[in-house]
Design a protein around this ligand. Structure first.
Ligand code: SF4
Length: 466
């Protein structure tokens, strides 16, 4: 597992969920690979455990169909999604591997609420001909858009890195030996995987996606889909804070933001506005970057915007450093614990994203490697035990607001670490990772993305079965 790239953590995809939308979508794409040479007559899909219990709210059914149709979540026009799905439902046909076959939405997507032994998020695809089984494959969607199958792993291929990192203490050793920052070590590892221009290009795409997503979220109001009637709030907050300033495009909007008041309350509202914007887009099947998941996709962009607008932002290079450090902290949690809410609850999503953002922000604000890890530890320490209880199985309540809280905690954690003395700290990041994993194992399944506990069952105005 020591070969995870930060670009495995920051993936571009479509909302609302990395484990329930992006992962199953990628699994479907992997499944159809090679099927074109077979005479398939039918495909069916079984969604197990959490993918079944919160699958409709998380658009898992749509994701597997879009994957079977061969659409790429990185590039598909999000505005096309509903019409493509409606067409499949209407015609009861899909085209897989160049061949059109019958596909009845209600018959061929099967929801099995009991968890499969492989993982709480398991999906099975079966392709048959008129006479025999052609292919059957199980995939586990293990969080953050990562998938694994008994026959192959997704991105966790065994690359040999110059600086293998499993724990925070590995990072501290390399930075001390080389008298460098965490981001320097991460860059050297990335350079062993891909060229410098490719790294720059990928980082640029991530930043553009962050900005497009925030801008889109601040430009649209209305009600989110899914039946909860959650009203979008980012645009209203943004308009109020901009106090009538006009803009015609993203660049003019950014210029207006730069002139925004910088008193504490305004800054606090901006951070919330950016986090809400991303997660409102995510809830509406918009394009987001897993950071490390879709449900928690708003924390890192919100903290980056805080850095860009309200701190001593110098150059784009500092944003690269932020993302490298944040991404490596995400890798540490994936290796030592989990980034799947179906395994660890929301501490694995918002908790990890806050730890990542705290570490990244600390580095660009001049913190030492020890202070970066201290910030990540503080951020996680105060998310331990956080439940995943999405109302109606939608990534809306508490998810959207929860990103605002994650962003604020990340900034507080960074500031505490920047004023702190890591040598005096009693809790290391490695201990926080280990503790989070133990809490995950002890947490009731009611609080692991099943919508069977917490807020999901305590809002009387909502009928969970509708
Ligand atoms: S409660 Fe947290 S972990 Fe669960 S779906 Fe929402 S954001 Fe994700």
């Amino acid at each position: 597992m020591n070969s995870i790239s930060i670009f495995d953590i920051f993936k571009i995809g479509i909302g609302p969920s990395s484990s329930h939308t992006l992962g199953p979508w990628k699994a479907a794409l992997q499944f159809i690979d090679g099927l074109e040479s077979h005479a398939i007559s039918r495909i069916h899909v079984c969604l197990y455990g959490s993918l079944s219990k919160t699958g409709v709210g998380h658009a898992t059914d749509k994701a597997v169909v879009l994957g079977l149709l061969g659409f790429d979540p990185k590039t598909m026009q999000t505005s096309q999604i509903n019409s493509v799905i409606e067409e499949v439902k209407r015609t009861e046909r899909i085209k897989v591997g160049g061949k059109e076959i019958e596909f009845k939405y209600d018959r061929d997507i099967i929801f099995k609420p009991n968890a499969h032994d492989l993982h709480p998020n398991t999906v099975k695809f079966v392709a048959i001909s008129d006479t025999s089984l052609i292919k059957e494959e199980f995939y586990a969607s293990v969080g953050g858009g990562f998938i694994e199958s008994p026959h192959q792993n997704d991105e966790a291929e065994q690359r040999k890195l110059p600086f293998p990192i499993d724990k925070g203490e590995d990072l501290l050793k390399y930075t001390a030996d080389n008298q460098c920052k965490i981001s320097d070590v991460v860059l050297k590892n990335e350079l062993s995987i891909r060229s410098e221009p490719e790294i720059k290009d990928k980082l640029e795409t991530i930043l553009e996606t962050f900005l497009d997503c925030i801008f889109a979220g601040c430009s649209v109001d209305g009600v989110l889909p899914g039946g909860l009637n959650v009203v979008r709030r980012a645009k209203g907050i943004c308009d109020k804070l901009l106090d009538g300033q006009q803009f015609d495009n993203r660049e003019e909007w950014l210029a207006a933001l730069k002139k925004a008041p910088k008193d504490f309350n305004s800054v606090n509202k901006w951070i919330s506005c950016f986090a809400l914007a991303v997660n409102e887009q995510n809830a509406d099947m918009g394009r987001v970057v897993t950071s490390p998941t879709n449900g928690a996709a708003g924390v890192i962009p919100a903290v980056l915007m805080y850095y860009y607008l309200f701190c001593d932002f110098r150059s784009k290079d500092s944003i690269r450093r932020f993302l490298f450090t944040a991404g490596e902290i995400g890798c540490l949690f994936k290796k030592g614990a989990t980034i799947s809410a179906a395994v660890g609850g929301c501490q694995a999503e918002i908790g990890v994203s806050a730890a990542m953002a705290a570490g990244g922000l600390t580095e660009v604000l001049g913190g030492s490697p020890e202070q970066c890890l201290m910030a990540a530890e503080i951020a996680m320490e105060h998310h331990l035990g956080l439940t995943c209880d999405p109302v109606k199985g939608l990534v809306q309540i508490p998810c959207i607001e929860r990103n605002t809280m994650g962003a604020m905690k990340a900034i507080t954690a960074a500031n505490l670490a920047l004023e702190g003395k890591p040598k005096e700290s009693k809790v290391s990041l490695d201990v926080a990772v280990k503790t989070m994993w133990e809490v995950s194992k002890n947490m009731s399944s009611k609080y692991k993305e099943t919508a069977e506990g917490g807020l999901a069952v305590n809002i009387p105005v909502i009928n969970p079965s509708c």
